[in-house]
Design a protein around this ligand. Structure first.
Ligand code: ADP
Ligand code: ZN
Ligand code: ZN
Length: 746
């Protein structure tokens, strides 16, 4: 009998298999074997622990393979280690969204899935973390606490009011720190009880009356509400200060009333306490906040609130687009044009485009809002993929500011400011009004130059100047690779002690303004001055008081803020944006000018904008001056159409980085040749390879190659296998990345 053929196991007992997205840098999902019981229990969208090579990883089940799926005998299937959840964490539309994202952005599916999970769940830890509930155990303890233990006394008073206990996160929100609670626990006055979390949603209540919408707002609200329960995308194209937020709040109200959840995305810098409080004061409901500053437990909790339906509003920055939401009824993306919606490294998705696709999958409307919509959105509107709604009036008595150009070629200057502008600033301050000065360059000076021999202080690792900083001590800083050097006493080339800072950074301008206007406070807002937590909030509070003040800062000031007492905005140097080689530079500069200008005259008094430039004849400036941003956008879109640039063609940028430019060029040229051969004649236009605008960065050489096509699906069809192949054959010293719909060519 030992010569009898053994029956193949798959004929007698079926092999149960699941397909798993595993977080590794590979583009496929992997099949694992499970027991019959596990197969019954396994949920698509739930986590599993699996071994992969020598690692233990947390994956997501994407499929339960039907039992009659053929088996490839060449592969020995591994068993999964363990099922981690008995319920799906990601629902069907979410899984579709992630699978689509991985394909569209050419990024490994397992890594993309992880973008949707908070760190604690990625680590394979249990979903049901217990809530910490604090209760008083000794009612008389107040007398036993020392007079100086102010925080503990305060915490105790609040705890005493709620004999059933108070959840730690609620105590934290009202300013009671966990360390204080632990100190009380140590003394035996309070105790912490772990309880199962309750994710039951609560009804939403309006805690503030809506404003009376004006006719344009009403029209916009009406159009959007007509689209409820189905996908339709809107572009709310409303001037700065025209009340876009009021439109958001009123449509949100209707959606929340139906028991649905709303996802609101804002730019990174936009998620300020002011934004949060605007939503909090209108609605009494659970709001889940998702931003980069959360610790792991807080992030898990906010995520769970969204995923279970407990939170009615989910408010977050870019990555919040990948939060699973139980019952999504509306997506709002404010300041749609903002660059922070595009991830610039790793998984390079664009939250705006993902939002549109998500709305489609979840059957809900998507509202994109901006005072300076991207050219992409105008293009989509022309194709009827977006419904454009205009708001043309500023709310209340405010009117749009008047714009003036100052020709720097003929103007006399002090500290980089023309004398005409200095006297206008003085007039405003004396009338007790506020002035905003915009300079998009932090640090003290962008160049250090030897006035004897023209030597310049450059970063040894990049093709870039060092920026001079004076705080906390004087030093040279490369803003591209982070290198810090001391400032030489004498010129390293000619030994003369004749080194001079050239050009103007915000720190130097601050000195100049203090000299020019010694009687008025100067508040500087840039990444250096606001790095401490709460410092931006302090400045913000001061600006909300009606006292004459000079506000000076970088593009942090350009974003949606409401400064009611600012009546003059000065834009000091945007010429760099007029000269840049990036085809999007005029668009970005026009957006910046319009957004910064929009900070002026938002109150009762009329505003003015002064723009200093060496190029007062520049067509973009004149279009903005004589007409407006929309006229500029229209012109730009037709220019792009003629030049066959995005959004009129679809682009994919390949970035290549290695030890030499030759290595980059040779590799990319060969790859370009292959792509030409593999795709249809004339389908893909290939630009480059060319050296990147900054050829050397952090000691490595950078090159670009751009793939352009009018046919998006076909472009992706040919690029995908080509890219996979390219990843396999590149040398190990070479770093190569793909950027689908690139926003920046740097
Ligand atoms: P945007 O977001 O379009 O820049 P905001 O929503 O910040 O504009 O509105 C600017 C100001 O106008 C805010 O102070 C807001 O309260 C006010 N506002 C908006 N809509 C109305 C309205 N219908 N009636 C009165 N004031 C309004
Ligand atoms: Zn010199
Ligand atoms: Zn550098």
């Amino acid at each position: 009998s030992k010569f009898m053929p053994q029956p193949r196991s798959d004929f007698t007992s079926p092999i149960y298999r699941v397909r798993v997205a595993v977080p590794v840098y590979l583009h496929d999902c992997f099949d694992y074997q499970v027991t019959a019981d596990q197969y019954d229990q396994a949920q698509i969208g739930a986590r599993v622990a699996v071994s992969f090579g020598r690692q233990q990883l947390t994956g997501i089940i994407t499929e339960k393979l039907p039992l009659d799926t053929p088996i490839n005998p060449a592969f020995k299937l591994k068993m999964i280690t363990e099922l981690l959840d008995d319920q799906a964490l990601l629902n069907a539309p979410m899984l579709k969204l992630l699978t689509w994202s991985a394909q569209y952005y050419q990024f490994p599916i397992g890594e993309v899935m992880h973008a949707a999970l908070p760190a604690i769940l990625r680590q394979g830890k249990p979903y049901n973390l217990l809530a910490r509930n604090w209760k008083v155990t000794d009612l008389e303890a107040e007398n036993k606490l020392s007079k100086n233990a102010i925080k503990q006394r305060e915490a105790f008073k609040i705890l005493k009011l709620h004999p059933k206990g108070t959840l730690e996160n609620i105590l934290n929100l009202s300013g009671i720190e966990t360390t204080t609670l632990k100190a009380l626990e140590k003394k035996g006055f309070v105790q912490c009880i772990l309880e199962a979390q309750d994710f039951t949603p609560e009804p939403v209540q309006l805690s503030q009356m809506p404003l009376t919408a004006n006719d344009e707002q009403k029209k916009a609200i009406h159009s959007i509400l007509k689209a409820h329960n189905k996908y339709q995308a809107f572009l709310l194209d409303g001037l700065t200060g025209s009340g876009k937020t009021e439109v958001y709040l009123q449509i949100m109200h209707k959606v929340l009333e139906q028991g649905k959840q709303v996802l609101v995305l804002v730019p990174e810098i936009g998620l300020t306490p002011q934004t949060i409080s605007r939503f909090q004061s209108r609605f009494h409901c659970n709001i889940a906040l998702l931003h980069s500053g959360l610790n792991d437990t807080k992030r898990l909790q906010a995520w769970q609130y969204a995923q279970t339906g407990k939170a009615s509003i989910i408010l977050g920055t870019r990555s919040a687009i990948y939060t699973p939401i139980a019952n999504l009824g509306l997506i709002i993306l404010d300041e749609e044009h903002d660059l922070s919606f595009k991830q610039q490294e790793g998984f390079r998705y664009h939250a705006r485009d993902v939002a549109l696709y998500r709305g489609y999958l979840e059957n809900c409307p998507v509202v994109l809002g901006s005072a300076t919509p991207s050219i992409e959105c105008y293009h989509l509107a022309d194709q009827n993929k977006l419904t454009r709604l205009e708001l043309n009036q500023r709310a209340g008595n405010a009117v749009m500011p008047k714009m003036h150009l100052i020709d720097l070629k003929i103007a006399k200057k002090q500290h980089g400011i023309s004398e005409q502008l200095i006297s206008e600033i003085k007039k405003r301050l004396e009338k007790k009004e506020q002035v905003l000065i915009f300079l998009n360059r932090r640090g003290y000076a962008p160049v250090v130059l030897c006035e004897s021999c023209a030597w310049q202080a450059n970063c040894p690792h990049c093709d870039a100047h060092f920026t001079l900083h004076m705080k906390p001590y004087s030093h040279l800083h490369c803003h591209h690779c982070g290198t810090i050097n001391r400032v030489p006493d004498a010129c390293p080339q000619c030994n003369q002690k004749n080194l001079k800072p050239i050009g103007l950074g915000t720190a130097k301008l601050e000195e100049g303004l203090n000299e020019l206007f010694p009687d008025f406070p100067v508040l500087r807002v840039d990444r250096d001055s606001t790095s401490k937590v709460g410092s931006w909030q302090k400045i913000y509070d001061q600006i909300q008081k009606s006292e004459p003040t000079i506000l000076l800062g970088t593009q942090m000031l350009a974003k949606g803020h409401h400064f009611p007492y600012v009546t003059l905005v000065a834009i000091l140097d945007i010429d760099g944006g007029l000269l840049s080689v990036d085809f999007r530079a005029p668009e970005r500069t026009a957006q910046l000018i319009t957004q910064v200008s929009g900070r002026s005259g938002r109150g009762d008094k009329k505003g003015d904008v002064y723009l200093q430039t060496l190029r007062p004849d520049h067509p973009m400036l004149n279009l903005l001056l004589e007409k407006d941003y929309r006229a500029f956008a229209k012109q730009t879109l037709s220019d792009r159409q003629l030049a066959l640039l995005p959004p009129c063609r679809y682009a994919i940028l390949i970035r290549c980085e290695s030890r030499s430019q030759d290595e980059n060029q040779n590799f990319l040229s060969t790859m370009a040749q292959q792509l030409r051969q593999q795709s249809e004649e004339g389908l893909i236009d290939i630009w480059g390879p060319i050296p990147a605008p900054m050829e050397r960065k952090a000691g490595r050489f950078q090159a670009h190659m751009v793939l352009l096509s009018t046919h998006r699906a076909k472009l992706h069809f040919y690029v995908q296998p080509w890219w996979q192949h390219l990843l396999h054959i590149k040398s190990s010293t070479m770093k190569i990345t793909i950027d689908v719909d690139p926003q920046e060519f740097s």
